[in-house]
Design a protein around this ligand. Structure first.
Ligand SMILES: *Cc1c(COP(=O)(O)O)cnc(C)c1O
Length: 400
């Protein structure tokens, strides 16, 4: 079995490089504290930013949905799987993001593949931020168009790339909030460049929707931009919405094109209608409970102030994604394990998810964390980082 021997050697290699990934088994719902591998841990690594994944109203909506629709949707949307629940959710999402139409996809990954497959052809070009989510990168590769990557969050670099391109069909795609860094894309300048060069602009706001903007309208509400500047908006439902799935919102023509041509929409079973009912309940909470966003930004501010006092170097971020960049993969794993011994769950994010030499602890917050829990995290970080020696890249000189 030579093939297995090869796989075995490659797996061993990953272990030696501290890049081997393992899964934690959780035994209960998402929340500030979760039961993992038989222990109760304080969790700072979920994307359930508003604390809706285990909300009683969302659970009840899922239960009622199942009683009404059963479990399986039975078919793809274009066959017989498109239910009144899906349809209502699409209409409500469109209103929420102030666009004529929205279209549900099973996952964000599939939404990104679908958009690029539908809009790009061989001979076209897609321009992507270097730190874009893997699904956007894969979507660009699979579209058959030429993939050009520009320096992270660097609008002039995009402008230069667009100016050099003689291609007619162009699409610019960027995360709205970068998933592993928590910083925002310079969407207003990306939009200006895209308009100047007649390129589509697509923003994947997986981590901004529900979180940023007074009404949770995401990075576009934060910057005060609409469909004229950003014709293609993608949002996911498995993060701040605490549910599952994704959608694309835009003009009637865009949505009809996706229905006709997006292969990841057409050739897959519709998600369970009950799930759409759960997401509708979550959407109502996202809109009506603005206190969740305020609470979240208070907790983030508390964490950043505490971290500054401890001399921890945090990346520039106003979002609930607050990475501590460690550099070395082995060190990130070691810190994650030390935190685990202190009862705190934060996973080490390593290449290829992030660039070589930028392994990190990706710390995330949720509106349902308490202030005391944030303080406990700060204490634990202080202990594990200080306890791991003066050569630590994270501890700065006192007073700086
Ligand atoms: C999570 C994420 C996705 C994928 O969404 P899923 O619904 O989990 O498949 C896409 N883009 C970004 C930026 C994400 O963070």
């Amino acid at each position: 079995m030579p093939a297995f021997a090869e796989l075995h050697a490659a797996l061993e290699q990953l272990k030696r490089e501290h890049l081997y990934r393992t899964r934690h088994v959780s035994e209960g719902p998402q929340g500030p504290e979760i039961d993992v591998d038989g222990r109760r841990l304080l969790s700072f690594c979920s994307n359930d930013y508003l604390g809706l994944a285990n909300h009683p109203e969302v659970i009840r909506a899922l239960q009622h949905g199942a009683e009404h629709y059963g479990v399986g949707s039975g078919a793809a949307h274009l066959v017989s799987g498109h239910s009144a629940a899906h349809h209502a959710l699409e209409e409500e999402l469109a209103v929420f993001v102030q666009r004529p139409r929205a279209l549900l996809f099973s996952t964000g990954y599939m939404a990104n593949l679908g958009v690029m497959a539908a809009l790009l052809r061989r001979g076209g070009a897609v321009f992507e931020d270097r730190l874009n989510h893997a699904s956007l990168i894969d979507a660009g590769v699979l579209s058959g168009a030429r993939l050009l990557r520009y320096t992270h969050a660097d609008a002039p670099a995009l402008e230069a790339r667009l100016a050099q391109s003689a291609v007619k069909q162009k699409l610019v795609a960027s995360d709205g909030v970068f998933s592993m860094d928590g910083d925002l894309a310079p969407v207003p300048t990306l939009a200006a460049s895209s308009a100047r060069h007649d390129a589509w602009l697509m923003i994947d706001d997986a981590h901004g929707l529900g979180v940023l903007g007074r009404n949770g309208g995401g990075v576009l509400e934060h910057f005060g931009l609409g469909m004229a500047e950003v014709p293609i908006l993608m949002g996911t439902l498995g993060k701040a919405f605490g549910s599952f799935g994704a959608f694309v919102a835009g003009s009637d023509e865009l949505i009809e094109t996706l229905i006709q041509r997006a292969r990841s929409y057409i050739y897959t079973t519709a998600t369970p209608p009950a799930l759409a009912e759960a997401t509708r309940a979550a959407l109502r909470l996202v809109q009506s409970e603005g206190w969740r966003r305020e609470r979240l930004s208070d907790l983030v501010a508390r964490f950043r102030a505490g971290a500054a006092q401890l001399g921890l170097l945090l990346a520039e971020s106003i979002t609930p994604i607050q990475p501590l960049i460690v550099g070395d993969a082995a060190r990130a794993v070691q810190l994650s394990q030390a935190l685990n011994e202190h009862g705190i769950l934060i996973s080490a994010i390593r290449p290829p998810t992030v660039p070589e030499g930028t392994a990190r602890l990706r710390i995330t917050f949720s509106a349902v964390h308490s202030e005391a829990q944030v303080d406990r995290l700060l204490e634990a970080l202080d202990e594990v980082i200080r306890g791991s020696g003066p050569q630590s890249p994270l501890s700065m000189e006192e007073g700086t």
